[in-house]
Design a protein around this ligand. Structure first.
Ligand SMILES: *[C@@H]1O[C@H](CO)[C@@H](O)[C@H](O)[C@H]1NC(C)=O
Ligand SMILES: *[C@@H]1O[C@H](CO)[C@@H](O)[C@H](O)[C@H]1NC(C)=O
Ligand SMILES: *[C@@H]1O[C@H](CO)[C@@H](O)[C@H](O)[C@H]1NC(C)=O
Ligand SMILES: *[C@@H]1O[C@H](CO)[C@@H](O)[C@H](O)[C@H]1NC(C)=O
Length: 356
């Protein structure tokens, strides 16, 4: 097995979750919405209609919390499709929490970082604590892990921003996408020790979702891992690109343990409080969707291996190129889906959100 290059690439993947350097931008952080979106559920109403959404996790869920000075999510051409400039999302446009909020007729929850600036919206629609590069444990970035994100949530609820009733009618979306594993492999280089570490990640994730529910949120949806071996950061070592097969069994182990833990929790509480949003199957099915040309090919890439999407040289010359139509790509960069990628993924997750 070609473990050396894979380790290098896992490192690269983590860097892509939070890349340096970048120009600080002093943009107003938000697209402004002046009216409530219409919700997009088809047919029957969802069984649970949350009034607010709270989000925890990493770059797959971050809508603005990562530091402007050091995150690719704040660089051009991120945000080119929506809102038309960088907004702190790791995509050309909307990401999963945006689609989930819209489905329930809510505005996307305000990033924790902008809770003062966006206080009214945060009060009304909820808050997003997710931050790129993080995990349940310490990763290679010094940013709040999921425990610390839940601490922030506890702190804002303690300040009286949300009532007990508000929380009771809320949904938490918890997205953990693999930075713990990238950091573990980078530090130890050991695939042999990985199964035990997977168990400890899932145990910690289980503690976290129980705690979120214990703080008063009625329903908790937690994503499982997507097929990480299919991310462009890894498939770039094959030609033509194909999914790196030996990674996905580890992913499947994580997903099997998570599904078991969620089943036990629901059984303990005798409710269906917790649900797994199956990113593994929804990514796999989206990658087989014929409306994506060459689905494993990312849309925005560095001009060579030194550079990544969004990089510029000291004279501000672009060191990346963007495909002609992000709408035809599943992947935006080495790690993250495009807006349309997330849209297609959400369409397969929709039944999960409908039947919470
Ligand atoms: C999360 O981060 C905090 C602050 O750095 C640390 O004290 C805590 O141990 C971390 N939690 C886990 C589960 O690693
Ligand atoms: C569910 O709970 C019952 C009673 O507590 C127990 O007998 C059963 O084994 C549990 N099932 C699972 C999947 O944990
Ligand atoms: C990438 O491109 C830059 C600018 O053209 C060049 O200086 C650098 O050597 C290249 N790096 C690699 C690894 O090809
Ligand atoms: C994006 O692609 C889909 C599928 O090919 C198409 O239905 C849709 O109209 C496209 N949207 C835009 C904005 O081009």
């Amino acid at each position: 097995m070609a473990q050396k290059p894979v380790l290098l690439v896992l490192n690269l993947i983590l860097l892509c979750f939070l890349s340096v350097p970048c120009q600080a931008t002093a943009l107003p952080p938000h697209p402004h919405h002046h009216h409530q979106h219409r919700s997009h559920y088809r047919g029957a109403r969802p069984s649970f209609l949350p009034r607010r959404l709270f989000v925890f996790g990493d770059s797959y869920a971050d809508t603005g919390n990562a530091p402007m000075a050091s995150s690719s999510s704040w660089k051009v051409p991120y945000g080119m499709t929506f809102p038309g400039k960088p907004s702190g999302r790791y995509s050309d446009g909307r990401v999963l929490p945006d689609f989930v909020a819209k489905y329930y007729g809510l505005q996307s929850p305000t990033p924790y970082k902008f809770r003062k600036f966006g206080a009214e919206r945060a009060r009304r629609y909820g808050m997003n604590f997710a931050i790129g590069g993080t995990g349940v444990f310490k990763t290679l970035v010094a940013l709040p892990n999921m425990t610390a994100q839940i601490d922030m949530f506890q702190q804002v609820t303690g300040e009286g921003m949300y009532t007990v009733d508000d929380l009771h009618a809320s949904l938490a979306l918890v997205q953990l996408s693999g930075n713990d594993y990238a950091a573990f492999l980078f530090r130890t280089g050991s695939f042999e020790a990985l199964p035990a570490f997977i168990q400890s990640v899932v145990n910690q994730l289980t503690i976290n979702i129980k705690r979120i529910h214990g703080l008063g949120i009625e329903k908790v949806a937690v994503t499982n891992l997507p097929p990480l071996g299919c991310l462009p950061g890894l498939t770039g070592f094959t030609s033509p690109r194909k999914c790196v097969d030996f990674i996905n069994p580890f992913v499947e182990t994580h997903n099997r343990l998570l599904a078991g833990a969620v089943a036990v929790l629901n059984n303990e509480t005798r409710t269906s409080t917790f649900a797994v949003a199956n990113l593994y199957d929804s990514f796999t099915s989206a990658l087989g969707n014929p409306t994506f040309d060459r689905p494993l090919e990312p849309c925005c890439v560095g001009i060579n291996s030194t550079y990544m999407c969004g990089d510029v040289d000291p004279s501000r010359m672009k060191m990346y190129k963007v495909c002609p139509s992000p709408n035809s790509s599943f992947f935006w960069d080495m790690v993250h889906p495009t807006q349309r990628g997330w849209k297609v993924v959400f369409s397969s997750l929709e039944p999960t959100f409908k039947h919470l």
